[in-house]
Design a binder for this molecule. Structure first.
Ligand SMILES: C[S@@+](CC[C@H](N)C(=O)[O-])C[C@H]1O[C@@H](n2cnc3c(N)ncnc32)[C@H](O)[C@@H]1O
Length: 208
């Protein structure tokens, strides 16, 4: 596969640094990956072919595991604000295009993706407005009938998070609020899972 192309644009909503600590040992990293990748594979909500956008792709290892487990064949774009992660993502060998960005208005053509997904990213963002900006982008970028699969932190009873939300302990959503925000952007929510947990997931469709 050809080396992925980099496109750089940033808007200053990034939240990058602290997760480096969690990747400090291979064992810790492997444990997190096993937990995180399980949802995506078991629920099998991503198409097995088509053109996809991985929002907050990181180093691409989780996505590569998911792709391999599903036996999927994708044309894939990865987006992340962190240059180091993007370098690692290049080595992962699964992305056709890599975009450097940390805010809305993703520089890609309208309706150019069959699916968009985001995993373990929005739980680190400090403002719901930043998350919703990505929801609007996902809607714009998806072709009619396209699938948006999103994970956020669903521990909405942790009321203190309203005041401490930062670039590590980011914002939290109830399942109801997540659905409402997705619908407000035009999506039809097919299902939510993991309500009340760190892994609140929604699958939504762009009507068409
Ligand atoms: C825990 S990693 C998860 C990476 C990947 N999705 C995975 O499951 O392995 C979180 C990623 O979110 C990225 N990130 C942080 N702020 C972001 C933003 N504003 N927009 C997009 N990605 C962001 C980080 O650089 C990091 O690569």
């Amino acid at each position: 596969m050809a080396r992925a192309r980099f496109v750089t644009f940033t808007k200053g909503t990034s939240s990058v640094a602290p997760e480096a600590a969690l990747k400090s040992t291979p064992e810790v990293s492997a444990l997190w990956r096993a937990v995180e990748v399980g949802h995506l594979v078991r629920e099998d909500v991503l198409p097995h072919s088509g053109t996809g956008l991985d929002l907050g792709c990181g180093d691409g290892r989780v996505t590569r595991l998911v792709r391999d487990e599903l036996g999927a064949r994708w044309t894939l774009t990865g987006l992340d604000p962190d240059e180091l992660e993007l370098e690692l993502a290049t080595s992962a060998g699964i992305y056709d295009v890599l975009l450097r960005a940390d805010g809305g208005d993703v520089e890609a053509a309208d309706e150019s993706f069959d699916f968009v997904f985001s995993h373990i990213v929005f739980q680190h963002l400090p403002r719901k407005a930043y998350v919703e900006a990505y929801f609007r982008d996902a809607f714009r970028l998806l072709a009619p009938g396209g699938i948006f699969r999103v994970q956020v932190d669903g521990r909405s009873r942790q009321f203190f998070r309203r005041w401490v939300a930062d670039s590590w302990s980011g914002v939290v959503f109830s399942a109801r609020e997540l659905s409402r925000r997705l619908e407000r952007c035009g999506f039809r929510v097919v299902e939510t899972r993991g309500s009340g947990t760190q892994y609140l997931r929604a699958t939504a469709v762009k009507p068409g």
